[in-house]
Design a protein around this ligand. Structure first.
Ligand code: NAD
Length: 539
């Protein structure tokens, strides 16, 4: 067994660095053209002529691509291609498949890095650092560690016992049929991982990218093909999620859903799959990582500077559009009195604007729909007696979809913005009496349906342990004295339960197990030639 991989180092993009020059050149190049993005079915580009445009969220009148959407025929062809290609894909063997995905990782770490990062900065409006940790480092890690984990199953899952005359073994088969991978806009790495994790263990897939990340995701598809991904193994299908789902779950070879996105979408997909169960050859595996209402709780005895940094980075990096973003905080009055002026002055220092301007900490939210949804939350807050806007609160869509980093103070722990996933740069803070720490843990646990990430700031180990136990089921990823974002592959496998998903932990071995269906094999070396048992002998 090879030694395990190491996490891909993050490039710093400091002034004068090569990577800083190259990324800016790559951005200019990508902005100077409008590319045509086809569907890719069975390894072939399909230009359907039914197109939508892709724009840059922080420069919303700038078109970077025309995207050809899949219709009924393309979706059906993709189901066929994925089904047909599985036999050869399995026969290639785990080593053959890993070689391809390890090549993907090497290409992304090398000559493709700047192309994919620039595409992510433009398409999803990320700062250079947010793009680097997502579309380069995290995806490289997913590919390398998933290959490592998959190889390890083959050793770990062999039967413990083979008595004399018998050889027992386990074949790590993939699911029989194809996977539908439906991916979110907010992480290029997740988009790449959802179709490829099942592929490493032998599944083929239809990949339905988000309408807000066709551009960066198409770069990944091209990269995988350059690395030698055989035709039909992953079929790239921009188009209507509803239509793609309707057709694929009616196909008897549909074997599973690998989804990341909102809770509402996932619940709808689950129902649709169960409605079609009778048509399917196998019970499908359903993996969905969904929304969050991620919390920060401060104890009266805690590191105040650390808390402030966690609130700013946790709530506002990538404009709060991380499933793990800090969006509710519970802070004792004594701490609030100490940090509030600093918090306001630090938030006022945040630069927001074009992703090309590297001094910006924030850029735009993803599209007009998100802009209006987030603005709605802020506007409703303004007329609520229980809430006040402490920082930010202004929105502008004249050049792109910009929303100021916003902090709301509330005296109602179940007010709308303390409970709903807003998915924007909005943090709501509930102030509590210093002596009510344990009550606040209970309120935090009970007041939202989500259970994705959360963090506790406390100096004293007993207080940390009290929170650890009280919040056992409140978060699938729990942080102590840190922000609730920034999970790293192979360090903090990621996922939550309750309304936040099936908790199958992307970035760890558990996720891969969902895509296998093992076969147990007994080979008898001493073949019995007598049907009677010894106990049957007469005296
Ligand atoms: P979304 O649910 O709007 O879309 C996700 C995907 O589902 C997209 O590809 C979309 O086109 C597709 N889709 C939407 N409606 C569909 C339908 N009726 N049938 C089939 N497909 C459909 O989510 P989004 O805006 O892309 O992403 C943000 C959401 O994702 C947030 O809720 C966030 O918390 C969540 N998220 C969760 C994790 C996690 O690991 N838990 C990670 C990233 C994002």
């Amino acid at each position: 067994m090879k030694a395990h991989p190491v996490n891909e180092p993050i490039l710093p993009y400091t002034l004068g660095s090569n990577e800083r020059t190259t990324i800016l050149e790559q951005i200019e190049k990508q902005m100077s053209e409008v590319i045509e993005i086809p569907c890719i079915i069975n390894g072939k580009e399909v230009f359907t002529g039914n197109t939508v445009t892709q724009v840059i969220p922080h420069k919303s009148n700038h078109v970077i691509a025309n995207v050809h959407l899949a219709g009924k025929n393309e979706i059906e062809e993709a189901c066929e291609a994925a089904t047909r290609s599985q036999k050869n894909w399995i026969n290639l063997g785990l080593e053959g498949r890993c070689k391809i995905f390890e090549k993907c990782a090497d290409l992304l770490a090398g000559e493709w890095r700047m192309k994919v990062n620039a595409a992510t900065m433009l398409n999803q409006s990320k700062t250079v650092f947010q793009a680097e940790i997502d579309s380069a480092c995290e995806l490289i890690d997913f590919w390398r560690f998933n290959c490592y984990y998959a190889r390890k199953f083959h050793d770990d899952f062999q039967p413990l016992v083979s008595p004399d005359g018998v050889e027992n073994s386990t074949e790590i088969r993939p699911l029989e049929g194809f996977i539908l991978a439906i991916t979110p806009f907010n992480f290029t790495s997740i988009a790449g991982n959802l179709p490829s994790a099942p592929a490493i263990v032998g599944c083929t897939s239809l990949w339905k990218p988000s309408r807000n990340s066709y551009f960066s995701n198409y770069y990944l598809m091209q990269l995988m093909m350059e690395a030698g991904l055989p035709a039909g193994v992953i079929n790239f299908l921009p188009g209507s999620g509803e239509e793609i789902t309707d057709i694929s779950v009616k196909n008897s070879n549909f074997a599973g859903l690998h989804f990341t996105g909102s809770t509402k979408t996932f619940q709808g997909l689950w129902s649709k799959i169960s409605d079609n169960l009778n048509n399917l050859k196998s019970y499908p595996r359903i993996v969905g990582e969904t929304g969050g209402k991620d919390f920060v709780i401060a104890h009266p005895d805690c590191d105040k500077k650390g808390l402030l940094v966690a609130l700013i980075r946790g709530a506002f990096e990538y404009q709060g559009q991380k499933c793990s973003a800090a969006s509710r905080a519970y802070i004792p009055h004594s701490i609030w009195d100490d940090i509030k002026d600093n918090l306001l002055s630090e938030i006022n220092k945040i630069n927001m604007g074009d992703a090309r301007e590297l001094t910006n900490f924030m850029t735009a939210v993803i599209d007009n729909r998100a802009f209006e949804r987030i603005r709605g939350y802020i506007e409703r807050t303004k007329i609520r007696d229980s809430c006040e806007i402490f920082a930010g609160g202004k929105c502008s869509d004249s050049d792109g979809w910009f929303i100021e980093p916003t902090v709301i103070l509330t005296n109602n722990p179940t007010s709308e913005t303390m409970v709903d996933e807003i998915f924007g740069p909005v943090l709501t803070i509930y102030l509590y009496e210093d002596e009510k720490f344990e009550e606040i843990l209970e309120i935090c646990d009970k007041s939202s349906p989500y259970a994705l990430t959360g963090s506790i700031f406390a100096n004293n180990e007993d207080d940390i342990q009290t929170a650890f136990k009280a919040l056992r089921f409140s978060a699938g990823n729990f942080y102590i004295n840190d922000k609730p974002t920034g999970a790293v592959v192979a360090q903090q496998p990621f996922g939550g339960a309750r309304a936040s998903g099936t908790n199958d932990k992307a970035g760890g071995p558990l996720n891969l197990l969902r895509w296998i269906s093992p076969r147990s094999i007994k080979r008898t070396l001493d073949i019995p030639h007598e049907w009677k048992y010894p106990f049957m002998e007469s005296q």
